[in-house]
Design a protein around this ligand. Structure first.
Ligand SMILES: NC(=O)c1ccc[n+]([C@@H]2O[C@H](COP(=O)([O-])OP(=O)(O)OC[C@H]3O[C@@H](n4cnc5c(N)ncnc54)[C@H](OP(=O)(O)O)[C@@H]3O)[C@@H](O)[C@H]2O)c1
Length: 305
């Protein structure tokens, strides 16, 4: 495994992190318990030392499965979970108020069966809560020892800048892939200059960049990929297929190309890859055995949807 440090912290993250949205099951075409637990064990055996989860993934199922899997191995793993994205019935809403975060954190600690979270992330911005209030609460939680570091996720540049002016933001999480390049505009240069760690998600674009689909998928309406990763449908699917075909000469599996591209971009600390079983992990980590050349990176950089 290869690791990268986040400056001014004692966090040393594997360049590939295990993503566990799929463990939630309900929004991702179902997932059985055993392969998820085995995936965590395999990840740790391979040297992956950071697992990303969130209480909203399967309403606690993802955190609970991660907790089960890491029992007895707490010292081997960095746990990154989140707060601020909640559900009530079918309604999803944001809440980063201090009272709500306090409640969520205690629930996450219980789900995971741990005494502290290594990296606690604001899942999405909450326009209704003053940022100062959220950050003050996170500072208090750090002082209490319930979390070691905190970061943000899905914050745009201006909000990240505002937060970093108020306190030290350890990390920033955002969607970043060959197909989704928004972070390059301002977030990545800013995090690089300010020693903020970057965790990318969706670097396989929900799985489509593995190249395993030869035709658009018929996914249930409730499946997160239908709205979160729009590439599964119609014209756009055809364009993604063309992009993958243009990378054929690199002569490596597409999933590895996609992960390496994100992993090798300046400023990226760790690429969170969602995996539903050990096989996907073992397949993905093979990308660490090789690197894209500068010419290959340049070729991919020119690619646009
Ligand atoms: N902060 C946020 O708002 C946010 C948003 C999204 C995700 N995340 C985090 O980031 C993680 C990664 O993102 P993601 O899971 O949404 O998308 P992703 O990593 O781009 O795609 C994950 C999916 O790709 C497929 N896959 C993985 N390895 C494969 C392989 N070797 N061959 C074929 N298919 C493979 C699996 O799908 P199937 O087996 O189902 O086909 C897997 O569920 C999440 O799990 C979550 O922890 C955070």
């Amino acid at each position: 495994m290869k690791y990268r440090e986040i400056k001014n912290t004692d966090l040393k993250l594997s360049q590939i992190a295990l993503g566990t949205w799929v463990f939630g099951s309900d929004m991702w075409g179902g997932s059985a318990e055993k392969p998820c637990i085995d995936a965590v064990k395999t990840a740790l055996d391979c040297g992956i030392n950071i697992i990303d989860t969130a209480p909203i993934y399967g309403k606690g199922r993802s955190e609970t499965l991660v907790g089960k899997a890491i029992k007895g191995m707490r010292d081997k793993v960095l746990i990154a979970t989140k707060c601020g994205l909640l559900t009530e019935g079918k309604q999803v809403f944001h809440n980063l108020s201090p009272a709500s975060i306090r409640k969520e954190l205690d629930k996450s600690l219980k789900n995971l069966g741990v005494e502290y979270i290594d990296l606690y992330q604001c899942h999405w911005p909450d326009p209704e809560t003053p940022l100062e209030d959220t950050l003050s609460e996170l500072i208090k939680m750090k002082e209490s020892g319930k979390i070691r570091y905190f970061g943000v996720s899905n914050f745009d540049y201006s909000l990240l800048y505002k937060a970093q002016r108020m306190t030290d933001i350890t990390s920033c999480q955002g969607q970043y892939s060959i197909l989704e390049r928004g972070l390059e505009n301002d977030v990545l240069p800013y995090t690089f200059d300010n020693d903020i760690g970057v965790l990318t998600y969706g670097s396989l674009a929900g799985g489509i960049l593995s190249g395993k689909y030869t035709e658009p998928q018929k996914l249930a309406k409730s499946d997160a990929r239908t709205y979160f990763y729009k590439y599964y449908q119609g014209e756009i699917f055809k364009r993604v297929t063309d992009i993958l075909t243009s990378l054929k000469d690199i002569n490596k599996p597409y999933n590895q190309i996609a992960i390496n591209w994100a992993r090798q971009r300046r400023g990226v600390t760790s690429v969170i890859v969602g995996c539903r079983n050990p096989e996907q992990i073992l397949n993905n980590i093979k990308c660490l055995e090789w690197e894209l050349t500068l010419d290959q990176l340049e070729l991919i950089n020119k690619t646009r949807l």
